[in-house]
Design a binder for this molecule. Structure first.
Ligand code: LLP
Length: 862
């Protein structure tokens, strides 16, 4: 920790942040704010957007004959921004433009650029941009001094450094430097300087490598003992996964330096991994913030609050990893095998990332970022290594990492998450010695889906939601779109609910207004043409009537459910009913066909054994997409372990049967499970069904199933339904020939229902307090069956302080009869009304008379 802490704050802005006048207004206002708080500001920034790339093109193709149009474009871009900012760019940059032309002329003449020349040219982008920035701020704030970073970021030579690395990816020291601090103090209170560049012991220009502006800012912060380092970028912080691939990725509000290092190193491109160490060394907090949304606080990286809790914080992926597998019988008896083999890697300058060993095999991964020359030396390398063992090079694989803290201690909790590997080939597993990283190397094309599955199971379903901020899509929404996260409906209708309980025993109460609100969310999905309500979730008459009046169809899993719909709605169009039985007797199919409803087969057995029944019929077929999903093992309905759907390996046989019996396949259906929070899941299903439809021909409808997850308690994430629609719209644009159907149950009714019951007795047993209520697992079995955690409150004492931890239990003779475990609760009394929230789905329908206790009845309010 530096004792030389000053009142400087270092702010770093990237290329896209400094390329528009709107952003410069935001930058000026941030600088002003820091000043008002009594800080001095060191602004470090990059070249304008695209400039570094153009300069790089020049050094990479020095013999191109159109170098000068590029120079002209560079000049124009600066003049244009200058004009918009109202600064005299032409005069300000006259010398730089001249120098730029000189260097490029030299390159053109010689047809090549030495590293020295490359560094001088690449540095021009930052030098020019910062002059515009300083002039603008000077105009706005009356004070801003342009400072040449090369006078302060002096680089040092590393052992064994090549000429290239000394000049093109140079490093500086990270100690406090009183000379730099004094110089900035004199130039302050606001200085504007360049990222990415420095100078060596001969005072010649060097650069700090790609993404070096973050590193520059960290060097400045260390050298002047800044209070804080702020990295401003185009995303609002660091996330639990790459938000472009996983829009439900959650903001990481706080990270320790170690966690941030691990996440940055493993592929998150928000923050350069080399920028963390200098800050960490001096305990300088790093704030990652978004220029477009300065009102957000972003991610804070510091040593504070890095408690000891074991947790997975992010799922990262690195693509284009190369594996080298070395097979040799009895290698462990051979002294020095590894040393010999690794010597070959060293000889070819290959850097090894992960290592995994067995009796006869050692497999290592190479990070292509550090091994760009691999393809050039591949043949010779394999030949040399082949002298010691059998070598196989496996390409196009990806490394998927769980990143967090003390992962080893929570591996057992990740059990169900690891089931996703049933569907993936794993080439290598590696656990980092620091216990911050657990990595799997899998087929490249599977990586994205694996990341989403793991993210869903390990992060979205974890009970540690307090460690995560809002999702990417919530943060990136416009203000007016942000959903009101207000009081739940049952808080607003509390009096009405207490009145219901005055003269009643335990009751499920459904709020029809809320049912309608959720129905609207499904009907607003632009990509979906028809919504069916999966009535298994809740078969209450008023609820069914509500959906019927809104134009929903019904998904029925038994002939009993089909009959109930016709009883309630005798004029119902049978084609609005989808009958999806599983292992049902022949008679149910017969009745379904007679009633004219859409019948779904989820097995080829009925076609093989009862062909006459189906001859010439129009049918739906339920396909097993090969993977399952959902909140618990019991509710996953896809993949080899589940009894549902026709497996894709039976497709040829299915095709024959369909042809032989003249069946027209009107629709394909799939449902992978229940309580899914990954918004891409339904699009993935659509893609799989489309592939099957191509083979069968004539398919008009793809029914993508239900399974839409909800937030069961305050610690869980919500499903981003807008993202579901976006991804389905993309699918629909590519395949407009299909009608897309969905059939949610839970999503439509869960939030609208609560279970109310009265306190019977209280008990204190050692440390544990029990609050007993009139009904238990006979009314609501989800906590016992799935470990489901529903919000529970004492409705009679809603505003009393919660000052004790209790278990809420029912009267059933089973130890599993617990409705809530370890809940913070107010002091409760006999007769208080207890409310179990989000119980509108799979509540009453799964209740029983167990112990001959009547389960809760049902009431409806509006
Ligand atoms: N379609 C089919 C073919 C289904 O099997 C299911 C549910 C759904 C749609 C509706 O799924 P939802 O949108 O409600 O997730 N008892 C469990 C849920 C079992 C779901 C069974 N199938 C629970 O309480 O979580």
């Amino acid at each position: 920790m530096s004792s030389e802490r000053s009142n400087w704050i270092v702010l770093k802005f990237g290329g896209s942040s400094v390329s528009s006048p709107e952003n410069w207004q935001k930058i000026a206002s941030e600088v002003q704010k820091r000043q008002n708080e009594g800080y001095k500001v060191c602004l470090v920034h990059s070249a304008l957007s695209g400039i570094s790339n153009t300069l790089e093109e020049i050094v990479e193709h020095p013999s191109d004959n159109n170098l000068f149009p590029k120079v002209e474009r560079i000049k124009e871009q600066h003049l244009e921004l200058g004009q918009k900012l109202g600064v005299a760019a032409k005069e300000l940059l006259a010398e730089d433009f001249e120098e730029l032309e000189h260097i490029v002329k030299g390159i053109e003449l010689i047809g090549e650029a030495s590293y020295r020349v490359q560094a001088r040219l690449l540095a021009m982008g930052e030098l020019m941009a910062t002059k515009l920035g300083a002039a603008y701020l000077n105009q706005k704030l009356d004070t801003a001094e342009w400072v040449d970073a090369r006078n302060h970021i002096k680089t040092v030579v590393r052992k064994n450094a090549t000429e290239r690395s000394r000049i093109i990816s140079a490093v500086s020291t990270t100690d406090y430097d009183a000379t730099v601090a004094d110089a900035l103090d004199k130039a302050g209170p606001v200085v504007v300087t360049q990222g990415f560049i420095g100078s060596d012991s001969e005072d010649k220009t060097v650069i700090l490598g790609r993404g070096g502006s973050d590193v520059s800012a960290a060097y400045f912060a260390a050298k002047i003992g800044a209070e804080r380092l702020e990295i401003w970028t185009d995303v609002p912080g660091m996330f639990s996964a790459n938000p472009h691939a996983v829009p439900s990725a959650r903001l990481l509000n706080h990270l320790s330096y170690e966690e941030a290092q691990e996440i940055a190193t493993n592929g998150a491109h928000v923050l350069h991994p080399r920028s963390i160490m200098p800050a960490r060394k001096h305990g300088i907090p790093i704030h990652v913030r978004c220029t477009l949304k300065p009102e957000l606080t972003g991610t804070v990286i510091s040593s504070e609050g890095s408690d000891d809790e074991a947790i997975v914080k992010a799922i990262a992926v690195r693509d284009d990893v190369i594996l080298v597998s070395m097979e040799s019988l009895g290698m462990w008896q051979e002294v020095g095998f590894l040393a010999d083999a690794f010597e070959v890697f060293k000889h070819y300058g290959l850097s090894i990332d992960l290592v995994s060993t067995s009796q006869s095999n050692v497999t290592v991964s190479l990070d292509p970022g550090l091994n760009e020359h691999f393809q050039d030396i591949r043949e010779e390398f394999v030949e040399d290594l082949g002298n010691f063992c059998k070598v196989e090079v496996i390409e196009s694989v990806s490394a998927v990492s769980l990143l967090g803290r003390r992962i080893r201690t929570i591996l057992h909790q990740l059990g169900s998450a690891f089931e996703v590997f049933q569907e993936h080939q794993v080439y290598l597993v590696s656990q980092a010695a620091n216990d911050l990283n657990f990595t799997f190397v899998v087929e490249g094309e599977q990586a994205d889906r694996l990341v989403r599955q793991l993210h869903e199971q390990v992060i979205l379903q974890s009970g540690k939601q307090h460690s995560f901020g809002p999702t990417w899509s919530q943060l990136m929404k416009e203000e007016d779109e942000v959903e009101e996260n207000g009081e739940p409906w049952w808080g607003k209708k509390r009096e009405q609910l207490l009145k219901v309980m005055k003269d009643n025993g335990s009751s499920y109460v459904y709020d029809i207004d809320t049912v309608k609100r959720y129905a609207g969310l499904i009907q607003n999905l632009d990509a979906v043409s028809f919504g069916l309500y999966a009535m298994k979730a809740n078969a209450n008459d008023d609820i069914l009537k509500t959906f019927e009046s809104l134009g929903f169809g019904f998904e029925c899993v038994s002939i009993g459910e089909v009959r109930k719909i016709f009883d309630l709605f005798p004029d119902m169009d049978p084609k609005k009913i989808l009958f999806t039985p599983n292992f049902a007797p022949r008679s149910e199919y017969e009745e379904g066909l007679k009633l004219g409803v859409n019948v779904t087969l989820d097995n080829i057995y009925p076609l093989q054994k009862w062909p006459k029944l189906f001859k010439g019929e129009e049918l739906f077929l339920r396909i097993d997409p090969g993977h399952g999903g959902g909140h618990h093992e019991h509710v996953k309905t896809g993949g080899v372990q589940s009894k549902f759907g026709i497996p894709r390996f039976e497709l040829d046989e299915l095709k024959e049967l369909v042809k032989d019996h003249e069946i027209s396949v009107k629709g394909l259906h799939a449902h992978i499970g229940s309580g899914i929070k990954d918004p891409q899941s339904w699009k993935d299903t659509a893609v799989i069904l489309h592939n099957v439809a191509e083979q069968l021909g004539g398919v008009e409808i793809l029914d993508l199933g239900g399974g839409f997850g909800i937030q069961e308690n305050e610690t869980q994430a919500n499903l981003d339904i807008g993202e579901v629609d976006k991804s389905l719209q993309k699918f629909k644009e590519a395949h407009p020939q299909y009608d897309l159907w969905v059939e949610p149950g839970r999503f439509l009714v869960a939030t609208a229902g609560v279970l109310l019951s009265k306190v019977t007795q209280l008990k204190g047993k050692g440390e544990m307090q029990y609050v007993g209520i009139e009904t238990g697992m006979n009314s609501f079995i989800r906590p016992a069956l799935y470990g489901a955690r529903h919000t529970i409150v004492n409705l009679s004492k809603l505003d009393h302080p919660s000052n004790q931890t209790v278990n809420i239990v029912g009267p059933i003779c089973e130890s599993g009869d617990k409705l809530g475990i370890d809940r913070l609760f107010p002091n409760s009394e006999e007769g208080d009304v207890i409310l179990i929230a989000n119980a509108g789905a799979y509540g009453k329908v799964m209740s029983s008379n167990y112990n001959l206790r009547q389960p809760a009845d049902e009431k409806v309010i509006r």
